[in-house]
Design a protein around this ligand. Structure first.
Ligand code: NDP
Length: 292
């Protein structure tokens, strides 16, 4: 319910966005930050600045922690004592699955319910009902606080393993950076012949990209699970040939060759592993093996 009290620990750009959205939606909001001056605007909007982090966590059934990393979490929340026992913490700081597991144990030792989370949007989109927030940890903790979490966006529960939220975050951000780099590198390559980014972007993003990253990848996903890569419409050998030409074109044009060479090497590895006649999706086997 929108009158449920919430605490926000951490008032960087993201913590400020969280606390602002909660205040605007009517939640009595308590905040704490190492640098208390950052709470000034929030207090003017009706939030309460707690005198200590222990007071902040004790003030609400749910505390959202949004700090730089897990080290900052331990540093900031170290002074939280028994007065906060029984409260729930949702940690939205960036980290790794191992760090999330350690934080879940840390919270259990202090009798705090714990969810790990990840925010999949930038600060200006916090509070939009479409904005995806990922959570993992005990289902009952998620269910107990779901309606409060819904004030921030679209809360998605991923499972009991507390590492799942940051694992999905790393995977999705990896996808984002690979896609952004693909676009930027392509733009640099045509730019070497004087083509302005403003001209290329329409062709690349509006016309070409939707033919590559689309629902057919979703349709193909069961084949990834099954390890089934029929090469009848195009083989890995054919793709390696294309990748060689991309790397050579970059060399000729004097643009960065590291990114295309890496992609070429991945396809070459797939062929060395016996996937020369498979379709391109068989590079999934290279990625999977390195991850094991
Ligand atoms: P930062 O990652 O810079 O985090 C700033 C916050 O961390 C401030 O509250 C800062 O306190 C605090 N902090 C840092 N070190 C310590 C410490 N040792 N002890 C106590 N507090 C500390 O900024 P953001 O707000 O942007 O990000 C917060 C989290 O949200 C990060 O993990 C980030 O990955 C994640 N995130 C951010 C997004 C964004 O677009 N900004 C998008 C999605 C996730 P102080 O003010 O005193 O310096």
């Amino acid at each position: 319910a929108q009158n449920t009290p919430v605490t926000v620990v951490g008032l960087g750009p993201m913590g400020l966005a969280l606390a602002t959205a909660l205040t605007e939606k009517g939640h009595p909001t308590t905040v704490w930050n190492r640098t208390p001056e950052k709470a000034r605007d929030l207090v003017a909007r009706g939030a309460r600045l707690a005198p200590s982090v222990a007071d902040a966590v004790a003030a609400s059934p749910l505390t959202l922690v949004c700090l730089k990393d897990y080290a900052a979490l331990y540093e900031a929340l170290g002074p939280v004592g028994g007065a906060a026992a029984g409260r729930a913490l949702v940690n939205l700081s960036s980290g790794t699955p191992k760090e999330a597991h350690a934080a879940a144990s840390w919270a259990a030792e202090r009798d705090l319910a714990y969810l790990d989370g990840a925010i999949m949007v930038p600060p200006p989109l916090v509070g939009d009902p479409e904005s995806v927030f990922l959570y993992s940890g005990p289902r009952e903790v998620f269910d107990a606080h779901r309606s409060t979490l819904a004030s921030l966006g679209d809360p998605r529960y991923l499972g009991f393993d507390p590492g799942l939220a940051v694992l999905h975050n790393a995977a999705l951000l990896g996808l984002m950076y690979a896609t952004m780099n693909g676009f930027l590198h392509a733009t640099a390559l045509v730019g070497s012949a004087g083509v302005p980014a403003a001209e290329f972007a329409d062709l690349a993003v509006n016309r070409f990209l939707p033919t590559v990253v689309d629902a057919t990848l979703v349709e193909q996903a069961p084949n990834l699970d099954a390890g089934h890569y029929p090469g009848d419409l195009g083989t890995m050998e054919m793709n390696l040939n294309a990748l060689e030409h991309i790397a050579l074109a970059c060399e000729e044009q004097g643009v960065y060759t590291g990114q295309p060479r890496l992609m070429r090497d991945i396809a070459a590895q797939a062929i060395a592993d016996g996937h020369g006649g498979s379709n391109y999706l068989a590079v999934f086997e290279v990625f999977r093996k390195a991850a094991a």
